[in-house]
Design a protein around this ligand. Sequence first.
Ligand SMILES: Cc1ncc(COP(=O)(O)O)c(C=O)c1O
Length: 371
Amino acid sequence: MTDLAHKNLLARPTLQYLRKPNPDALSEAKRNEILADPGFGKHFTDHMVDICWSVQGGWHRPRVQPYGPISLDPAAAVLHYAQEIFEGMKAYRHADGSIWTFRPEANAERMQRSARRMALPELPTEYFIESLKELIAYDGAWVPSAPDTSLYLRPFMFAKEAFLGVRPANKVNYYVIASPAGAYFSGGLAPVKIWLSTEYARAGKGGTGAAKTGGNYASSLVAQAEAYEQGCDQVLFLDSAEDRYLEELGGMNVVLVKKNGTLITPMSDSILEGITRDSILQLAEDRGHAVERRRVSIDEWREGAASGDIVEAFACGTAAVVAPIGLLKAADFTIEHTQTSVSLSLREELTGIQYGKVADRHGWMTRLDAE
Ligand SMILES: Cc1ncc(COP(=O)(O)O)c(C=O)c1O
């Protein structure tokens, strides 16, 4: 793979989509039945986007086609070497029926960073956003309108080339699928319980922690299973070198709130940079909160909670938006918080922007359906 082809620095042609509507798309009645109680990640829309990439051809053969199985050679590199990345974002229906998404450039750029780390080709931002619009042109009716519901969008890319041998694949495919979404945690806005994993690490120095790649999630699953056994909703990982500093949850970032209103969030090069966290912290700064992005140890949290200096904690990510943390459970101690006011008020403002009820003063929203 030449550097030039990899970085897409060649002149960029407009993609000419081949559009194949699904002849077996669900009836309106069946779709509405699903939208009335979508759950999370259980149902999928009628179409998907598929774009091919090869070293010689760059991005080519873009299609919108019926949602369905992908045919893979058993030697496809992704099945053996996990060369794969993905994104997660949402489409929101506004009161006037229009369909919007939140900061798609940030997702596109994060996918480009993930691609660089995983030796995959970078999909240009305009192709990324266009792919979402193409899918919504067919599946816009799948964006629910009940409060707090959305259509979860899942762009992903993987090594499709059939070969056994450890090197970056020369053939890759990018897809977008979509799934109508209700609440992520079954308890709704009730504070969540978090299990502190001390046996397993999510990521290490120089590893892939900052990339959104399937392997990070595969390696979190035993710790997540442990969390469920402990009666918790999610797992919190510590850094792998010293086993002291907060990293993140299996699928969300974490933020602590001090009595004086300061927000603290862990920073390290092995944490996935969440777009929800970045946005929440921006809104908090707009309100006058100080924000500290730095290393933060589990002892600092524990001692701060005991002294009354740390009064609240929350998890944040696209799927659940903001979830107050009521309990952190470790093998030999617990931390409890009852305050949820800062997290719930920031959540209210962020979702207000996403659903078009609060002014979008940062220009975060992009319309996906045709005006
Ligand atoms: C490991 C991990 N950390 C953090 C996040 C939060 O990122 P975002 O706010 O962009 O959804 C996610 C979810 O997407 C995640 O999977």
